[in-house]
Design a protein around this ligand. Structure first.
Ligand SMILES: Cc1cc2nc3c(=O)[nH]c(=O)nc-3n(C[C@H](O)[C@H](O)[C@H](O)COP(=O)(O)OP(=O)(O)OC[C@H]3O[C@@H](n4cnc5c(N)ncnc54)[C@H](O)[C@@H]3O)c2cc1C
Length: 341
């Protein structure tokens, strides 16, 4: 089977390794240069352990992280690692066409995807395919080129987030405020990050109280984050955002399948987006191994295995299902943000 993986992020690279281990030689197209990534801490949830274990990455990167909720005799539920260590370990010895973008799809008269047009420093060329696997992230251009539906759902709340280069005492903590908003922190050996939900007030109002007020609020509501948040030096290290969830009703069309963030994106409370995407890669590599000459059968088999795993996570995302709905209850004293004047 001629396979093109469009996007060499964590999911596309992992899929490339899993397919090579099963005897396939996929072409991986990645628009960024080799080794490029934005440094940050990253929580690898247990859903991603099996595929990374199979390609020899889990055991290699585990000592570089901090375990989250370790229990005697059992693997920790997650591990927090600097994301570049994971991406570089997956990419090692994997042939990838870096600095090339998928800019178009080639379709047959009956609408089947039969190739991609890629663009790089030497111009454009076409690659024939039996199956294109879109791993190009949440705002997937490949998905749009295939004409596949995507449903974005804006969360009813905004987020305030920070990142510092000082580790905190613990690897993870999260708490809920009395109006159902949440506040959390992560820490890896090189730094810490925090996030909390706030009313959708816009960046200017969210950052107006200033850095000292952010530090005071965070350490009071989530004392475990103290070392990390106190190390912040500038309000530039604090960001306001308005997260969106993504779901796609169909995951494949003849000749093309969506996996990872191009197929789904979960809310900030879950910390599962990459683990689910890595699990997608694992299931798809097995479906292709079982149907090496029939991409449609592989896609049907993939959806049959994967929908019962992924769809419940989508339906139960705490961003969609809350006992206390945003705006229903006022924040408790000292909990709201920005603080009342
Ligand atoms: C700030 C932040 C924090 C996060 N924290 C966590 C966390 O703690 N735990 C967790 O599980 N998940 C987390 N996630 C989600 C996680 O990063 C993703 O689920 C994970 O990276 C897997 O995504 P992916 O490979 O499907 O897509 P991406 O990581 O988005 O990779 C897509 C790749 O496709 C490439 N690309 C795009 N368009 C094209 C094109 N036309 N041609 C060629 N290449 C293209 C991009 O350059 C990119 O490398 C976080 C996300 C963000 C933004």
């Amino acid at each position: 089977m001629k396979i093109v993986i469009a996007g060499g992020g964590m999911v596309g690279l992992t899929l490339g390794k899993l397919l090579r281990a099963r005897g396939f030689e996929p072409t991986i197209i990645e628009r960024m240069p080799e080794g490029a990534y934005i440094p940050r801490g990253y929580m690898l949830g247990f859903q991603g352990y099996e595929p990374l274990k199979e390609i020899g990455v889990l055991d290699a990167v585990w000592p570089e992280g901090r375990e989250i909720a370790p229990q005697d005799g059992q693997a920790a539920v997650a591990v927090c690692i600097e994301v570049g260590k994971v991406i570089n370990a997956i990419a090692e010895d994997l042939p990838v066409e870096y600095e090339h973008s998928v800019v178009d799809l080639v379709k047959s008269d009956d609408g089947r995807v039969v190739g991609v047009v890629i663009e790089g420093p030497d111009g454009q060329r076409t690659i024939e395919s039996d199956l294109v696997i879109a791993c190009d992230g949440k705002d997937s251009r490949v998905r749009a080129m295939a004409g596949m539906e995507a449903h974005y759902a804006a969360l009813p709340e905004g987020t305030l987030a920070w990142m510092s280069t000082t580790p905190s005492e613990t690897s993870f903590a999260m708490a809920y405020t009395s109006n159902g908003q949440h506040i959390g922190m992560l820490s890896w050996p090189q730094g810490s990050a925090g996030w909390r939900s706030i009313d959708k007030v816009g960046a200017e109002a969210a950052l107006a109280p200033g850095l000292d007020a952010v530090k005071e609020m965070w350490t009071r509501l989530l004392p475990e984050s103290r070392l990390g948040v106190e190390a912040l030096e500038s309000i530039e290290q604090v960001r306001y955002g308005e997260p969106e969830l993504l779901t796609t009703p169909e995951w494949w069309t003849p000749g093309l399948v969506l996996i990872g963030d191009s197929a789904h994106f979960f809310g900030p409370e879950t910390g599962i987006s990459s683990g689910i995407g890595l699990g997608d890669a694992h299931a798809l590599s097995e479906a292709i191994r079982q149907h090496p000459n029939d991409p449609d059968a592989a896609c049907i088999s993939y959806v049959g295995w994967r929908a019962p795993v992924v769809r419940p996570y989508e339906a139960m995302d705490p961003g969609r299902q809350r006992m206390i709905v945003a705006g229903q209850t006022p924040a408790g004293p000292g909990e709201g943000w920005p603080p009342e004047a």
